[in-house]
Design a protein around this ligand. Structure first.
Ligand code: ZN
Length: 160
């Protein structure tokens, strides 16, 4: 059986417990969070959330690009969210990944260094600044950045 088959089977068994027939789509806490897609990170458990509480956007490195800004604009303008958390983490990427070597390899191949940065605190600061600079978003005062430490579970706010 494949991993997807396992998930489909689990979903069949969980259906009764995960149904939300009375829950509205707008996030109850007025929150959107942009997080890394790292499989070790469970937003629900880390942030003390429940289904219906927040929009969670995920990508490698919790980067803010056009698709994330579009999602945040929809989240704020159509779903009533007011605050944005940007959450990156330590030990991002495959275990043992040598970021400088990867950057050098790409630069050697295509002539320019990749546009993505490799330091979680710096990345979060840049992502927060991108959200704050997006004039399509009506609510930019409540944008804050964090780094989740996978080693000990701490969520550390980044000064931006
Ligand atoms: Zn990551």
């Amino acid at each position: 059986m494949s991993a997807i088959d396992d998930c489909v089977q689990a979903a069949e068994q969980a259906a009764e417990n995960v149904a939300t027939p009375t829950l509205g789509a707008p996030p109850r806490r007025g929150l959107a969070a942009v997080m890394c897609m790292d499989a070790r990170i469970d937003p629900i458990r880390i942030l003390g959330l429940r289904p219906g509480d927040a929009h969670i956007l995920r990508n490698p490195g919790a980067l803010i690009g056009p698709y994330e800004l579009r999602a945040l604009a929809i989240s704020q303008r159509r779903m009533g969210t007011r605050e944005v958390m940007v959450i990156h983490h330590t030990d991002c990427g495959a275990a043992g990944l040598d970021e400088p070597a990867l950057t050098a390899e790409i630069e050697a191949e295509i002539g320019t260094a990749p546009a993505w940065p490799s330091m979680p605190y710096q990345e979060v600061a840049e992502s927060v600044q991108r959200v704050r600079a997006c004039e399509a978003l009506p609510y930019r005062d409540g944008v804050r950045g964090f780094v989740f430490h996978v080693e000990d579970g701490r969520l550390v706010e980044v000064d931006v």
